[in-house]
Design a protein around this ligand. Structure first.
Ligand SMILES: NC(=O)c1ccc[n+]([C@@H]2O[C@H](COP(=O)([O-])OP(=O)(O)OC[C@H]3O[C@@H](n4cnc5c(N)ncnc54)[C@H](O)[C@@H]3O)[C@@H](O)[C@H]2O)c1
Length: 366
């Protein structure tokens, strides 16, 4: 039975992204952030003090808190499965940062554990709920581009080691540009096209080591475990095809490029790492783009947690779901395998019921 009142939340993992989450989560009336936890207790305490959260401590202490109903897991990818599984075993719902886990098997186990316990798993990116993508859904559903045929996405830049003070995890298994930033682009395409069926890819790693560029350990060299350039082609079950580029091997930065081409027009979407941003439409024969303002929520990171809180209380399904994140992880893993083997890979052995596709109608503009 759904409970009542604001949902009690613990944030586990108080690193770089926790500021954006805590700023928003502590402002949503549907939530009460009760606990900040980290294996680094000083960090947990500092974030609790900064954001007015009443208690801080270890992850185990967060799970013992009787008021905590949902754990927001903002740890590094290698810890996602362990932290989320412990939360489920303690009877808490889970919101995970992306990727859901570093391996498909662990992600499937996680969702099975949740299903057995009657608990929910949600997963970033919650930009799928934002104004940009929801406006694109409405436009495409209205027939503005005709029948959607193809997608083109581009993410390239020098890599995050220049600005992230602990960037090692971003170059370890479970990250790299494909697994770290791919979820934004691939979740948007999955929301528009549905599940992917087949992929092929090539990948490269330009350097074996990189150097931390900011923070107290600036100048420290660390190893690169994963490809830092991935170029992929994907086929979707609904018939569309996509060309995808994810690179941290480029001095030139260009990101947030997502175009959907249909029989009548091309639609340029805003950056899938953001909640806001206008769309642009170019019909056959147009000399210029027509700007289409995005309409909808731009509340920012934590919107998926808010959606979980509201839907847990109302009994409806939440939208940035663990199942969608599992498909995206399967797809990224297939791209990685195809690049490693030089062949094609099935994106998913989808025999299970797909609970996130077809999606509910996009919410009307407010
Ligand atoms: N930094 C960003 O801009 C950004 C943006 C979007 C999403 N994310 C995602 O958020 C997650 C965290 O990224 P970050 O940049 O904040 O990393 P970070 O390294 O700055 O912080 C991670 C925190 O998790 C803690 N931690 C590690 N293992 C733990 C465990 N087992 N139990 C409890 N705490 C543990 C670390 O001590 C650290 O404080 C990643 O999944 C990342 O992909 C980051």
């Amino acid at each position: 039975m759904p409970g009542a009142g604001p949902l009690g939340v613990a944030v586990v993992g108080c690193g770089v992204i926790s500021d954006a989450y805590l700023h928003n989560l502590t402002s949503f009336p549907d939530l009460r952030v009760l606990f900040c936890a980290d294996i680094d207790l000083d960090r947990a305490k500092a974030q609790a003090d900064k954001h007015g959260v009443p208690a801080a401590g270890s992850p185990a202490q967060a799970l013992e808190h009787p008021g905590v109903e949902l754990v927001v897991n903002l740890t590094v990818p290698a810890a996602h499965a362990e932290v989320a599984t412990a939360a489920l075993r303690a009877g808490k719902h889970v919101w995970n940062e992306k990727p859901l886990t570093t391996a498909v098997g662990a992600a499937r186990e996680l969702l099975a554990t949740a299903a057995e316990a009657g608990l929910r798993v949600g997963c970033a990116p919650d930009t799928v709920l934002g104004a940009g993508l929801q406006s694109a859904r409405r436009l495409i559903a209205s027939g503005a581009i005709g029948t959607p045929l193809t997608a083109l996405t581009l993410l390239q830049g020098p890599g995050p080691e220049a600005w992230h003070p602990s960037p090692e995890f971003l170059f370890a298994t479970g990250a790299g540009p494909l697994f770290d930033l791919g979820p934004y682009y691939l979740s948007w395409l999955a929301t528009l096209f549905g599940p992917a069926s087949r992929v092929t890819a090539v990948s490269r790693r330009s350097r074996d080591t990189r150097v931390i560029g900011s923070g107290p350990r600036a100048g420290t060299e660390f190893g690169v475990e994963v490809p830092t350039y991935v170029s992929a082609l994907a086929e979707y079950e609904s018939g569309q095809a996509a060309s995808l580029l994810f690179s941290w091997d480029s001095p030139l930065s260009r990101q947030g490029f997502v175009e959907i081409t249909g029989t009548e027009a091309t639609l340029a979407l805003p950056d899938p790492n953001r909640f806001d941003g206008d769309l642009r439409l170019r019909r056959a024969g147009d000399e210029e783009w027509t700007v289409v303002p995005a309409a909808g929520t731009t509340a920012g990171r934590g919107l998926g947690v808010l959606d979980m809180a509201r839907t847990l209380r109302s009994g409806h399904p939440h939208r940035a779901s663990g199942e969608l994140a599992l498909h995206v992880l399967e797809l990224m893993t297939a791209i990685d395998s195809a690049a490693a083997s030089g062949g094609c890979a099935a994106a998913t052995g989808r025999t299970r019921r797909c609970r996130w596709w077809p999606p509910r109608s996009p919410p009307p503009c407010r």
